[in-house]
Ligand binder design. Sequence first.
Ligand SMILES: C[S@@+](CC[C@H](N)C(=O)[O-])C[C@H]1O[C@@H](n2cnc3c(N)ncnc32)[C@H](O)[C@@H]1O
Length: 233
Amino acid sequence: MSDDHADHNHHHNHEHHDHHEHAHGHDHDQGLAGMLRYLRHAPEMWSSEVNTAVVHRLAPTAGETVMDIGAGMGAGTMVAAKTNCTVVAIEPTPYMRRILGLRRLITRTKDQVYIVDGTAESTTVADGSIDAAWAVNTMHHWTSLNDGIRELARVLAPGGRILLVDESFDDPEHPDYERFGAKFGDEHEHHFHTVDPDAVGAALSDAGLTVTFAGHDRVAGRPSVVLEAVAPR
Ligand SMILES: C[S@@+](CC[C@H](N)C(=O)[O-])C[C@H]1O[C@@H](n2cnc3c(N)ncnc32)[C@H](O)[C@@H]1O
């Protein structure tokens, strides 16, 4: 999906952040204005090639329980639901959860789709219960990457796999660069923090996971920050 980066630039708080941790400048705090901003991006949040590619790469199977961290309107959740697995959609923003709830109702496997008020840092999910988890374009929202990764390590089942992707909208080769990323060059607008894959990779290793990829890669043809890891068996 395309993100709300342009919007971030307008309302993201102006605090200084270090590379790993940054404060919420979150749209879920923004009420109606935030909702309208997100609705502008509804087509990309409804379904996106990146989410489809991420879920296909994780290849959930029937009987597994998977988790979409910062599910938004369910672009990834709905792809996973088609595979007959149980899907836990973690989403802190109330109006996103309402949209997810409506989408769930028209899903064939709706009894296997759970919508949870939570964050990456606090999913509320039981220890060792998740076979695969992903996050698309949410890492830059996390209040603490370290806490999010500790939480991931806690909830993953033995051998559980994760894929974290943030599109690099600030890369001129990104197809949405003109739309979102070009603004990153403007000093006054530049409040968005690109996630450092090395730092996240190190945090994943520290949390006991085996990192299979940490770096820049294309996902559905889009330059992205990609982290792939598995939990020990
Ligand atoms: C740009 S949207 C991406 C939504 C979805 N993953 C997609 O690709 O369409 C970012 C989402 O992250 C959610 N979010 C904000 N803070 C979060 C946090 N701390 N943990 C998890 N998700 C968060 C927002 O509510 C929003 O739905």
